[in-house]
Design a protein around this ligand. Structure first.
Ligand code: SF4
Length: 297
């Protein structure tokens, strides 16, 4: 039984073959780190601004080329600009860097990870140009709809900024993928429910659901060691994830359902590595209760 629409199912039905992701460090930084809107970044963010597994050495082109040999069985590819804020530069720089990645006709999707406060009409127009020849996804890290939590985690923008960015991206027909984190400091199940209700107002296309994990050398690690942050249990995470799946739009594409921290950087919780068990338990709860995605939407 199909209990939710996952990304691999979407890609298989649309592209009729194996679609692999090319994770790219485009050489950007983040306004929440360089002082434009804040210093230090979000409290869970590592030194590499997500995409810790990416080898930062080499040009964008060489990073892309290395994936072709790593994934010989893939028929198509997604060029995913992952690290830091990939719309945080003048548009001519953005265009140069995106073009440097789009070097092969097997690349069919341009996927851009960014922040809502780095979305403006000029950037969106550029992305809309790519959208004529590629499927363009824009990933926004909302994490929570609770502005008090957002302040605590040092996200650096309020949710009205998110709403404006979504409206602009939608106006230009771009696909929006939102990141949501379950288990943020001080949050309860009620916060998860409020965040889902908030998200359900917007024309979003995809969702990445992460558990909050503590990574080495982050502000969250300090909170963890002082006891000010206690990670939730695996079961709590699973129950919240099931809530999210059953209450979001049934047509949303679920891009991710677990956190993904490199082994050598993970401080806690240790269950974060049990990816298969987490996914299997979510599916078995959904099946046992005859839940499907969006059944309570
Ligand atoms: S917006 Fe992204 S890159 Fe910037 S500090 Fe937060 S998590 Fe890190």
């Amino acid at each position: 039984m199909l209990t939710y629409h996952n990304l691999s199912g979407y890609l298989k039905s649309k592209y009729h073959g194996k679609v692999a992701k090319i994770c790219i460090d485009g050489g950007f930084t983040c306004p929440n780190r360089d002082g434009t809107c804040g210093f230090g970044g979000c409290i869970f963010c590592g030194e590499r601004g997500a995409g810790e597994h990416i080898n930062p050495l080499g040009s964008i082109r060489s990073q892309v080329e290395s994936y072709f040999s790593k994934q010989p069985k893939a028929d198509k590819f997604i060029a995913y600009f992952q690290n830091f804020t990939n719309t945080y530069a003048p548009v001519d720089v953005l265009k140069r860097r995106y073009d440097e990645a789009l070097i092969d006709p097997r690349i069919v999707i341009l996927d851009i990870g960014t922040r809502p406060d780095c979305i403006n009409e000029e950037v969106v127009r550029l992305l809309a140009e790519y959208n004529k020849n590629y499927e363009v996804w824009v990933e926004l890290g909302l994490q929570t709809a609770n502005d008090a939590t957002a302040q605590f985690i040092n996200r650096g923008y309020g949710r009205d900024v998110f709403a404006n960015a979504v409206a602009l991206l939608h106006k230009y027909g771009l696909r929006i993928v939102v990141h949501l984190i379950i288990g943020l400091p001080g949050e309860t199940q009620a916060d998860v429910e409020n965040t889902v209700a908030y998200l359900n107002q917007f024309p979003i296309w995809g969702l990445k659901i992460h558990s909050l994990y503590v990574m080495k050398d982050t502000a969250l690690e300090k909170l963890y060691h002082t006891g000010a942050f206690v990670p939730q249990s695996m079961r709590e995470y699973i129950d919240s994830a099931v809530y999210v799946l059953t209450h979001v739009d049934p047509d949303l594409i679920i891009h991710r359902l677990t956190g993904d921290c490199p082994k050598d950087l993970l401080v806690a919780p240790d269950w974060n590595e049990k990816k298969t068990e987490i996914l299997n338990t979510i599916t078995s709860i959904m099946e046992k209760n005859q839940y499907t995605q969006g059944i309570f939407f």
